[in-house]
Write a protein that binds this ligand. Structure first.
Ligand code: SF4
Length: 462
């Protein structure tokens, strides 16, 4: 049974003066009782229907992750997904468009300190009369500090020409990408073999970043090997694994080496990974904030701290999309926010239900997203009945009963693998005809040798 959970509010780092202590203590008592406030010191309650987003165990400040389903948090199923609650309330109050504004990450200096005191100081600085004449402006300056300046607008890339081969191919036709899980050992041979086996059949390869929150050789290092092997990589950056400092250094460093495609993700919760787990589950910057930071580096030539980048990087930015998490209307809003923040292509989570996919696409179309983002649908050939059943327990994935039954019947005749391939081929045939879809993203899950067959038999050989 899902129920509300109480968590300890944050405490400040460093010394706090007496006024800060007194006001902070009152604020902590009042706001945690009323709103479940976590005292992040960077209050967003006015933007989130007065539900504290910091109750999300991942600490997401711009919407739900792709794992939220049926209103539950997948990190801790005893909780309701706080972002589901925020979306529900916003839609009920017809204020959902407010959620499109890209909100900043926490200013660490303020964490655990009083946001009320921050507001009083701002009023003192601007004058009480000015505050009374336009209080919204003062609140907005607190919600959107100068170093962030997030908004709810769509910003197209300043790069008119395609910056990568993947972008070029997406602009001209139906594309296949594929993902490879990097190895855990430092031998290059296996990785090179895997890359070589899929290279002729795909436009680019995702080098997955620590899948299921388990350590593997980095996406960055393996992307370089993919380039050496003559295939364009898609570097994956997961907010779980990164903070704002090394995000910017990693992205510029990668760009310097010729890596242009970057997929920005939240990443599976560390609670999914092997033990011992990291204790800090909250993220420094979420996937939407990663997109916003990288887009501004490219389009405005600026680091987050305001320093200018004389020769700005050129990125083709992507994001994950999750057609089967929570409500398709909520998802579409979240996808629009990603597009506004900078996403130029989506790679969806695994799709086994084309009717559900069409419902989600319909919601994207209502938000006029097809002309702004390329969509690649995630396809995984099922290798066994067990795989189909297990995938149904993966957050954000839905395998309909009809597919499970087909796999059941096939496995009774020892034909599960063949049936899995046939299901994938049938899906691709139908997907090719759906408006708004620009390609497929194959996730072979340790079955890379099947990629060549699927691409050939689906008539997608380049
Ligand atoms: S499902 Fe995701 S977004 Fe929702 S509360 Fe859990 S971690 Fe946060």
């Amino acid at each position: 049974m899902a129920r509300k959970r109480w968590q300890y509010p944050y405490l400040p780092y460093g010394k706090v003066d007496l006024l800060g202590k007194v006001v902070g203590a009152i604020e902590r008592i009042v706001k945690s009782a009323m709103f479940g406030c976590m005292m992040c010191g960077n209050c967003l309650l006015q933007k989130t229907e007065f539900i504290c987003p910091m109750r999300c165990p991942k600490g997401l400040r711009n919407g739900p992750c792709g794992g939220s389903s049926k209103g539950r948090c997948y990190v801790d199923e005893t909780r309701l997904c706080v972002w589901h609650l925020i979306y529900e309330k916003s839609f009920t109050n017809q204020e959902e468009e407010k959620l499109l504004e890209v909100l900043p990450p926490i200013d660490g200096e303020k964490r655990g300190r009083s946001a009320w005191l921050d507001l009083f100081c701002k009023i003192e600085e601007t004058g009480f009369r000015k505050f009374l004449s336009d209080p919204g402006k003062i609140f907005q300056s607190l919600h959107q500090p100068d170093w962030w300046r997030g908004d709810a607008e769509y910003h197209s890339s300043v790069c008119v020409e395609s910056v990568s081969n993947l972008e070029k191919e997406l602009r001209s036709g139906f594309v296949v990408t594929c993902e490879i899980n990097p190895p855990i050992s430092c031998s290059e041979e296996k990785l090179k073999g895997l890359i070589d086996s899929v290279r002729p059949y795909v436009s680019a390869i995702n080098l997955v970043s620590n899948p299921s929150a388990n350590t593997r050789i980095s996406s960055w290092a393996t992307s370089l090997i993919a380039m050496e092997q003559g295939v364009e990589p898609i570097l994956q950056i997961a907010s779980r694994d990164i903070n704002r400092i090394n995000l910017q250094s990693l992205a510029t460093g990668a760009n310097m080496h010729g890596i242009k495609n970057i997929l920005c993700l939240t990443g599976d919760s560390s609670s999914e990974g092997l033990k011992p787990r990291i204790s800090r589950t909250e993220v420094d910057i979420d996937a939407i904030q990663i997109l916003w930071i990288l887009r501004r580096m490219r389009d405005e030539g600026k680091y987050l701290d305001g320093r200018e980048i004389k020769f700005p990087p050129k990125f083709f930015l992507g994001a994950a999309a999750s057609p089967f998490s929570s409500n398709p209307k909520f998802q579409a809003l979240r996808e629009e926010k990603k597009v506004n923040a900078g996403a130029q292509f989506f790679q969806t989570n695994l799709v086994f239900d084309l009717d559900g996919l069409e419902i989600w696409l319909n919601e994207l179309s209502k938000r006029n997203l097809f002309k702004k983002v390329f969509i690649l649908v995630g396809i995984a050939p099922l290798k066994s009945l067990k795989m189909a059943q297990n995938l149904n327990n993966v957050p954000g994935v839905f395998v309909p009963e009809e597919i499970i039954k087909r796999m059941e019947r096939a496995s009774e005749k020892n034909g599960a693998q063949e049936e899995g391939v046939q299901i994938a081929l049938e899906f691709i045939d139908r997907i090719k005809l759906i408006d708004g879809i620009n390609g497929i993203h194959l996730m072979p899950i340790f079955w890379e040798e099947v990629v060549s067959r699927i691409v050939r038999e689906a008539g997608l050989l380049r």
